[in-house]
Design a protein around this ligand. Structure first.
Ligand code: KG4
Ligand code: ZN
Length: 351
């Protein structure tokens, strides 16, 4: 089956066509992403109203390009999937309404996809892994450990009590004047820096719960920067490297704990760790998680960077996985600004 996927929940407008064969293997036929970086750059962050308008301006063209690139007329796809939340509501409405219109006009099923489920299932598209697995989702809006038991079957083991990890990267970049997107900018500067020059706090790490807290860390970075201002290029590199090393240690420690719980709670299952979301593109964090996984004898899957950050293929794939199980959604499905992965309504809703 072939599914068109539409993603408009934040500042990427994206459309993709993905194929899923009867064996459950996936193939990306087209994956078109348009970043809105330029629109938001003058404001130092994503402006929701501008994002929604940019989605309106570009989505139709991106869908047409996805169809042309895949060589598949829209009349030949088996379903239309779109992010229905969580995210900036204006943008989500643009994508979901477009998907409903297409589904109605073409007489195809509509699949309303949870954006987080898109991230959660990407590793099955890229690496064909089976269930269950432990997911570490680290993006601009979320930092959580989720036990993925199956499509629509999630249990959240821990989350951030304040900022998301990507958000912490973005805020550190902003206070250092590094521009958007923050994560890659901090990573680039960190490469030349000394990760041991600054000692930043590791909030919550003494507690055994699987939660994160990054807001105190961000404040500590700000205070350190203010203390030595004006900042030289070396100072900026050292702050970036020290911050990146600190969050890497936090993430690695938590991953070790989460894997230990996986082994205790699911003794029969093969332990697997999947990392998803934009921050999964960070090389220092990825390398550290590779070490943790190797030490624990666990398979680690990190999808390619372009499929870790927001894209349409992950939404098309989540739609295909739900469609394969008989899922389809009504045209009355409302866009959801908040939509936790472990909500009861996530189970596939057979037609
Ligand atoms: O998954 P994503 O594209 O969008 C959300 O759903 O949030 O994640 C975007 C986040 C941003 O906060 C961005 O700064 C961060 O992921 N990010 C990174 C890197 N690439 C993107 N953070 C650290 N290192 C990176 N290389
Ligand atoms: Zn995302």
């Amino acid at each position: 089956m072939k599914v068109l996927g539409i993603e408009t929940s934040c500042d990427e407008t994206a459309a993709a066509i993905v194929e899923r064969d009867v064996g459950g293997h996936g193939r990306i036929l087209a994956n078109i992403v348009r970043s809105q970086l330029e629109e938001h750059a003058p404001f130092g962050g994503v402006v929701p109203e501008l994002a929604a308008r940019a989605h309106v301006s570009h989505l139709d063209r991106l869908i047409r390009r996805a169809s042309e690139t895949a060589g598949i007329p829209l009349a030949e796809v088996d379903a239309i999937a779109a992010t229905a939340g969580p995210g900036l509501i204006g943008g989500v409405l643009v994508g979901l309404t477009t998907a409903k219109a297409l589904a109605a006009a073409l007489g195809k099923p509509l699949i309303a996809v949870n954006h987080l489920e898109g991230h959660a299932l990407t590793a099955r598209l890229t690496n064909g892994i089976g269930f269950p697995y432990l997911l570490l989702l680290v993006s601009g809006g979320h930092s959580q450990f989720v036990l993925v038991r199956g499509v629509g079957d999630y249990e959240r083991w821990g989350t951030t009590i304040d900022d998301a990890l990507g958000e912490a990267f973005d805020k550190v970049a902003k206070l250092l004047g590094l521009g958007l997107p923050g994560g890659p900018a901090v990573e680039r500067r960190a490469q030349a820096g000394d990760p041991r020059r600054f000692r930043f706090p590791k909030p919550l790490l003494r507690e055994s719960r699987l939660d994160f807290s990054f807001s105190g860390l961000k404040t500590a970075v700000r205070l350190a920067a203010e203390e030595i201002a004006p900042l030289s290029e070396v100072d900026i590199a050292d702050i970036c490297a020290s911050f990146e090393a600190t969050v890497t240690e936090i993430v690695a420690t938590r991953a070790r704990q989460a894997l230990a719980r996986f082994r205790t709670d699911l003794p029969q299952a093969e332990a697997r760790l999947v990392v998803a979301g934009g921050v999964a593109a960070n090389r220092r964090i990825g390398a550290s998680l590779r070490t943790v996984a190797a030490e624990s004898g666990v398979e680690l899957v990190i999808p390619p960077a372009g499929l870790c950050t927001d894209n349409g293929a992950m939404i098309a794939w989540a739609g295909a996985e739900r469609l394969a199980l008989g899922g389809r959604d009504g045209f009355d499905f409302a866009a959801r600004p908040r939509w936790p992965l472990d909500m009861p309504g996530m189970a596939v809703n057979a037609a």
